[in-house]
Design a binder for this molecule. Structure first.
Ligand code: CP
Ligand code: NVA
Length: 310
């Protein structure tokens, strides 16, 4: 079976289920290769990646830098203050300039249109390392992690508790739709996902503000209540989100003693998740974070190295 190649990795809505599975299988091959042989083949020798950031990062920056290094390539970080994407220089100009220097651009931005503009104006692959709208690298990692721990994903249920309208929830729904997982979005009124996003995800999604929505979940997922760029809304959000904290009580409400807990991190411990759960036996937060490396490598190997999806 030939799976069509991707030109960019901007949004999971652009990927078919086959392309998504192709990236998951490639991530597994690269992860296994490094575990078995101690290193990956240098398939990105002489390739370079610009890491363009408008917001802070730990996982995204380090996993892309190390991912490039493991594959024999080179990556470098461009800070928000340095480039001034959209202020000092337009995304269209930044894209056209960088395309003459590097083989790929990973960008973390506020407005999603900036990653779209980078892709439209540049001539190298562009990877969305988080926008206000979506976080596809995270969701690829999350479903990859679920695949590792659960095996067959068809009809498994992931309950996302928190801000159902944020970038992580949006991408998680879209990723779940690629693999036949069911999604429950459990959010306070006013923070429910956009109906159009739910429809486009192709996933079986139910949306509720009732905490009993977590019943039967295989995975309980949460994210911060106030995302980067929403800091002015923090007090307002803190007034409505506390009942949606992922605590041992909420975990028990799944009714599934095997239920696992995920969080994209960074966590605001004591807000959306308790220490007890984050550090408890159901938590797979750190294997999940570590898998960012392997998911990133799959995206890089395919987009910059031309490794086919199969
Ligand atoms: N989960 C995630 O994207 O983490 P960073 O913001 O640290 O990159
Ligand atoms: N929703 C969070 C995710 C951080 C990785 C944010 O955008 O800040």
């Amino acid at each position: 079976m030939t799976i069509p190649a991707l030109n960019h990795f901007l949004d999971l809505a652009d990927l078919s289920s086959d392309q998504f599975w192709g990236l998951m299988r490639l991530a597994k091959r690269l992860k296994d290769e490094r575990a078995e042989k101690g290193a990956n083949a240098p398939i990105l020798a002489n390739k370079s990646l610009a890491l363009l950031f408008q917001k802070p990062s730990l996982r995204t920056r380090v996993s892309f830098e190390m991912g490039m290094q493991h594959l024999g390539g080179y990556a470098f970080y461009l800070s928000p203050a340095e480039v001034g994407l959209g202020t000092r220089e337009s995304a269209a100009d930044v894209a056209r300039v960088l395309s003459g220097y590097v083989d790929g651009i990973m960008a973390r931005v506020f407005g999603h249109q900036d990653v779209v503009d980078l892709a439209n104006w540049g001539s190298v692959p562009v990877i969305n390392g988080l926008s206000d709208f979506s976080h596809p690298c995270q969701a690829l990692t999350d479903i990859f992690t679920a695949w590792e721990v659960l095996g067959d994903l068809e009809d498994r249920t992931i309950a996302y508790v928190g801000d159902g309208a944020n970038n992580v929830a949006t991408s998680l729904m879209m990723a779940a739709g690629k693999v036949g997982m069911n999604v429950r979005i459990v959010s306070p009124v006013g923070y429910m996902p956009d109906a159009g996003v739910v429809a486009r995800s192709g996933a079986e999604v139910s949306v509720t503000n009732d905490l009993d929505g977590v019943q039967g979940a295989d995975i309980l997922y949460t994210d911060v209540w106030t995302s980067m760029g929403q800091e002015s809304e923090r007090e307002q959000r803190l007034a409505v989100f506390p009942p949606y904290q992922v605590s041992s009580g909420l975990l028990a409400r799944t009714g599934n003693p095997q239920a696992l807990v995920m969080h994209c991190l960074p966590a605001h411990r004591g807000e959306e998740i308790t220490d007890e759960v984050a550090d408890g036996p159901a938590s797979i937060l750190f294997p999940q974070a570590h898998n960012r490396l392997h998911a990133q490598k799959a995206i890089l190997a395919h987009l910059l190295g031309g490794v086919p999806l199969e």
